[in-house]
Each structure stands twice: as C-alpha cells, then as structure tokens.
Design a protein around this ligand. Structure first.
Ligand SMILES: Nc1ncnc2c1ncn2[C@@H]1O[C@H](COP(=O)(O)OP(=O)(O)OP(=O)(O)O)[C@@H](O)[C@H]1O
Ligand SMILES: [Mg+2]
Length: 238
C-alpha cells in the first residue's frame, strides 16, 4: 500500500458562515506502483484530495496513510517556483533533505535532464520560462526529491498536444520504474490510456472507482454524466 484514505472528510472554514464541505467519506487505496487518475468537474474536490495526500491539509475526520515520501506538482507552476534561477529552484528540495551543495546540484541536473530542460535554462529566472517550461521546471523540483509517490494536479493543462504526450510518456516511464502516480486530470482519454485505477469525484463524493474498463463502461454513463464528465470516445487515446 502506498496511499490509503479511510472515510476521509474535509471541511473548509469550519464554524464560519463560509463553511464548505469539500470531501465526504472518501475511501480508496493506491498500491505501490499504481497509476491513479482522479477525475471530476470543477469544484468536485480533486485538489483538496491531493492536498490531503501531501499533508498540506489535515482531514476533518477519517484517516490518510502514506507509505514513503510524496511530492506534489501544483496545479499552477507559479505557486511552486520561487528561486531566482531554475537550477536553484530545483536544488532547493535536495538541500532541504540535507544533501550537500554538490549532491543537490547533481540531483537537480539529473531531474532537469529527466524532464528535458537543458543547461541553457539553468540560470534563467523560472518566471521568464514559457508556460510548458515552467511546469517542467516545477516537476524537476519535485523529482529531485525522489518521491516514491508523485502527485500531479492537472499536469497537462495548457500544454500543446506534443508537450502533453511527452509529459505523459515521462510519467509512464517513472511509473514503470516503480513510482506511484496520483494524477488529477480533466481529460478522460488520458485517464483511459494511463490509469490503473480511476476515481471519479462528484460534489466531494467518490461516485466511481476501478479500472478504466470498469469505470468507463456504458452502464456508468448516467453517473459519469451526472458528475459533469463524458465517457471517452470508444477506442480513442491521446
Ligand atoms: N480555501 C478554500 N476555502 C473555502 N472553500 C474552498 C477552498 N478551496 C476550495 N474550496 C471549495 O472546495 C470545493 C472543492 O475545491 P477543489 O479546489 O478541491 O476542487 P477541484 O476539483 O480541484 O476544482 P478545479 O477543477 O476547478 O481545480 C469547491 O467547492 C471550492 O470552492
Ligand atoms: Mg483543482
């Protein structure tokens, strides 16, 4: 087991007039080496769920268990990047884990190579990169910490077709190497192609879970449509 949610609920601004129940009674388990896609329309609780995986939020009730170290790629890379240069940004994680400067630099260079960002970008201010490059730099920063559970919030949002494909190929490779992946996506075709397990959220509730074949079967059409999603086109894949 890499991640386990047992009857997890989360409420924002509890006890105020803005109180909002974002997740209700969520239970699921991700095995080591699993590839979980979390689907659901805007506001269904996806980001809240993965913040609970990464300890950025604590459940109101229920229990979240994590085996190993998780790393989160935020929904917006601007929320993640902060250092004056790309290389310093990516070195921050390893340095924080107690690596010395040389080890951190080596780890950062490996991570940048892994995401396909070359040395010509090391000294650039991360905020001057293109949208796609920013996301890759943020991902390198997460990978440099060598998480055993990699959590990604809409990692392909805003990427063109080729960049999206190459990012998914990278995630696929990491997953084959044993990294557990938990990915939020709006794109049902991506979930269909890559997920070993799909979770569908609707208004903070887990309404479907299982393999792509199970979740995207015709008998679930009504539940999927009620959740604001569509069944992937038969035979389609990105
Ligand atoms: N900081 C907050 N304070 C109060 N309510 C919040 C807060 N963050 C999120 N919510 C509410 O919790 C619910 C779930 O939000 P969440 O961000 O988890 O949705 P999401 O599925 O990630 O949506 P999106 O696809 O738009 O990213 C929404 O109704 C949202 O308005
Ligand atoms: Mg979100």
């Amino acid at each position: 087991m890499a991640v386990r949610f047992s009857n997890v609920s989360y409420i924002y601004s509890r006890g105020t007039p803005f109180e909002k129940k974002a997740l209700s009674d969520i239970s699921f388990e991700a095995e080591k080496g699993d590839f979980v896609c979390i689907c659901g329309k805007t506001g269904s609780g996806k980001t809240t769920l993965i913040k609970l995986v990464n300890d950025l939020l604590r459940p109101f009730s229920g229990e979240v268990s994590l085996d190993g170290r998780s790393g989160l790629l935020f929904q917006f890379p601007e929320d993640q990047l902060f250092a004056p240069t790309v290389i310093e940004d990516v070195m921050y994680g390893p340095l924080n884990l107690g690596r010395n400067k040389d080890q951190a630099r080596e780890g950062a260079e490996k991570a940048l190579l892994c995401v396909g960002l070359g040395p010509e970008l090391y000294d650039r201010n991360p905020f001057t990169l293109s949208g796609g490059q920013k996301r890759l730099a943020a991902l390198a920063g997460v990978l440099a910490m060598k998480p055993s559970v990699l959590v990604l919030d809409e990692p392909t949002a805003g990427l063109d077709f080729r960049s999206s494909r190459s990012l998914m190929a990278l995630l696929h490779r990491l997953n084959t190497d044993g990294v557990t992946i938990i990915m939020v996506t709006h794109e049902m075709e991506l979930a269909q192609e890559h997920a070993k397990q799909i979770l569908v959220l609707d208004k903070g509730r887990l309404v479907l879970s299982g393999s792509a074949g199970d979740v995207f079967s015709q008998r679930n059409r009504t539940v999927i449509e009620k959740a604001g999603l569509e069944l992937p086109e038969p035979g389609s894949s990105l």
